[in-house]
Structure formats: C-alpha cells, structure tokens
Design a binder for this molecule. Structure first.
Ligand code: FES
Length: 108
C-alpha cells in the first residue's frame, strides 16, 4: 500500500467530486453523505473524465452519454453491467489520502 495525500479533507464537501492527477493517473474523488471514495476518472463507456459530469443524489452521471454510477460503490446504475475502478481511501491528519497502486473490488 502506498497512500498519497491528494486533498485537504475540508476542501471536499458532501455532494462534491473532484478530478485530480495522482501519480500520473486521473482520479475522481467523491464525497457522499457517509464516505469519501476514489475512482479512476474515466467513464467505462468511452473514457470521458467523470469529473466533467455531475454528482446528484449519490449518482455520478457522465457528461457525454449519461452513463450513471453509484457514487458509493462505483457500480453501474445505467447500464448495470459496468463499474468503475476503485482505489482505497483514508483520511489522515486532515488530509484525504488515496492509494492508486491498489484496486478495490466493487462492493456488493
Ligand atoms: S463516455 Fe461516458 S457515457 Fe459515453
């Protein structure tokens, strides 16, 4: 595991998401009501950065063709057959840290 600080914890509010470059990878950081999650910032359809889309009601919607994902799990909502690559996240010393070398399995 190799966590890297990417953002002060207080700079990402509930309902916000942000696209960042972490170790050369585009990463999407999302804060939902109960968690901070990190995903590869690329839509499973054609790879458009999801940070250009919107986050509403716990749903990430791609700006290009409106694929939708559950912000808490990265699982596809429409269509259900896709999912985002998820990375481990932790909050340490007031900073959001992400490990882009590890990939999480999407939660059930
Ligand atoms: S690239 Fe995201 S829906 Fe097509």
């Amino acid at each position: 595991m190799s966590f890297e600080a990417v953002l002060p914890d207080d700079e990402l509010w509930v309902g916000e998401m942000r696209g960042l470059l972490v170790q050369g990878r585009r990463v999407l950081i999302v804060r939902t009501d109960d968690a901070v999650c990190a995903y590869a910032d690329r839509c499973a359809h054609l790879g458009v950065p999801l940070s250009q889309g919107k986050l509403e009601g716990g749903v990430i919607t791609c700006s290009a063709h409106h694929y939708q994902y559950d912000a808490r799990t990265g699982r596809g909502i429409n269509p259900e057959s896709v999912r985002l690559e998820a990375f481990p996240v932790r909050i340490e010393g007031g900073r959001i840290e992400v490990d882009v070398e590890a990939t999480l399995e999407a939660s059930a």
